[in-house]
Design a protein around this ligand. Structure first.
Ligand SMILES: Cc1cc2nc3c(=O)[nH]c(=O)nc-3n(C[C@H](O)[C@H](O)[C@H](O)COP(=O)(O)OP(=O)(O)OC[C@H]3O[C@@H](n4cnc5c(N)ncnc54)[C@H](O)[C@@H]3O)c2cc1C
Length: 338
């Protein structure tokens, strides 16, 4: 039996597991995917790395700042840009002076951070938790191979809408905990990764663009500028608005779901951007919380020790997931002492 099982090897789960390990607690992560990182996701394409989830890191708090500096010293993270432009009905505008703060990225893609955090943590990959029950002293987690994992405490770091079907039935005696999770709604996103012929003249003045009030596009990244020494061609990443993603989420053909983003970027920026040499589409059903809870994590001892963590508790980004992971470890340690 494990002291603690963490569900999910994204930023929150990995951070939490590292803290628990340092506190001497026997912790294991169970992760449904083959790799680690969750929405901090990178795809190997055409000999390069393309981030199709989180695009960049920005730093607000001292604690996260110290973590990012450590990653910089280890050569995992570097400053990418201060030039995030805005595209609106007024055209393409450079950032105001107070928006020129550093944004960080990884030469080997954002999953490099997760791989670093995963070091020496026992992780059971390719294993989806599909059921939860308990007796008087232990939780039982059932995975998709119908195996049962027993533990004293669970830390769930999966998006709120994925948590509910697993835990609703076992939390009838913790109604306020359940209500808090039920209040969190997630929005989807469609992402395109696109590579272009080297003959095209690529922008030098911006590395990313936030699209303001566009019905289709939300974000444009000049992804290959994150690692210019390794880039053999220009690669861009386009992320849709939540409204567009809601409409195209159930479209069975991924190319049909993604094509309007390419057409839109061609219309808004440069015609050649609508005709890449290659492109791939990824759909995120649970991309970002529409509103976060405003707490670092949720915990309960009823029926047994359970902590819920993730970006959606404390915010909507990697920094929020990091803080939630730290807070979840502290809560779990308290619950295990009781
Ligand atoms: C398209 C997109 C762009 C973004 N851009 C940025 C950005 O530029 N900057 C930024 O800071 N943030 C960005 N974000 C948000 C950022 O990615 C998240 O805030 C952060 O990665 C969330 O980490 P997490 O650990 O809370 O959750 P997740 O990364 O979602 O981790 C949860 C993990 O749980 C696993 N899991 C789910 N269900 C189960 C189950 N039943 N059993 C086992 N495992 C399970 C999942 O596979 C996943 O690995 C973006 C997100 C998206 C989708």
């Amino acid at each position: 039996m494990k002291d603690v099982i963490v569900i999910g090897a994204g930023m929150a789960g990995l951070t939490c597991a590292q803290q628990l390990k340092q506190a001497g607690i026997d912790v294991t992560i169970v992760e449904k995917s083959a790799g680690v990182g969750g929405r901090m996701a990178t795809r190997r394409l055409q000999g390069t790395w393309v981030d199709h989830g989180a695009q960049l890191l920005s730093v607000k708090s001292d604690g996260f700042g110290r973590f990012i500096r450590k990653l910089q010293e280890k050569g995992i993270v570097h400053e990418w840009t201060r030039n995030v432009y805005q595209l609106s009905a007024s055209g393409l505008l450079p950032p105001e002076a107070d928006a020129r703060h550093p944004r960080y990225c990884c030469s080997l893609g954002m999953t490099a951070i997760a791989k670093y955090l995963a070091n020496e943590i026992p992780i059971i990959n390719n294993t989806r938790i599909i059921g939860v029950s308990h007796n008087d002293t232990k939780w039982q987690l059932v995975n998709d191979r119908q195996e049962v994992l027993e533990t004293s405490a669970i830390i769930s770091t999966i998006p709120a809408p994925q948590f509910l079907p697993l835990f609703e039935e076992v939390l009838t005696l913790a109604p306020s905990f359940l209500q808090a999770v039920q209040s969190v709604k997630f929005a989807p996103s469609v992402t395109i990764m696109a590579g272009y012929n080297t003959s095209h003249s690529v922008p030098l003045e911006w590395q990313a663009i936030k699209c303001v009030n566009d019905p289709i596009l939300d974000w444009i990244s000049y992804d290959s500028s994150k690692h210019p020494d390794k880039a053999t061609q220009p690669v861009f990443v386009y992320q849709s608005s939540a409204e567009f993603a809601k409409q195209s989420m159930e479209e069975p053909d991924l190319e049909i779901a993604g094509k309007p983003l390419l057409n839109q970027v061609g219309r808004l920026l440069a015609k050649w951007l609508s005709s890449p040499e290659w492109w791939q589409v990824h759909r995120w059903r649970y991309a970002l919380a529409e509103e976060s809870l405003g707490v670092s994590c949720l915990s309960t001892a009823i029926p047994l020790a359970l902590v819920c963590a993730g970006d959606w508790c404390a915010g909507k980004n990697i920094e929020a997931a990091y803080h939630s992971g730290v807070a979840a470890a502290e809560s779990a340690i308290e619950l295990l002492k009781a």
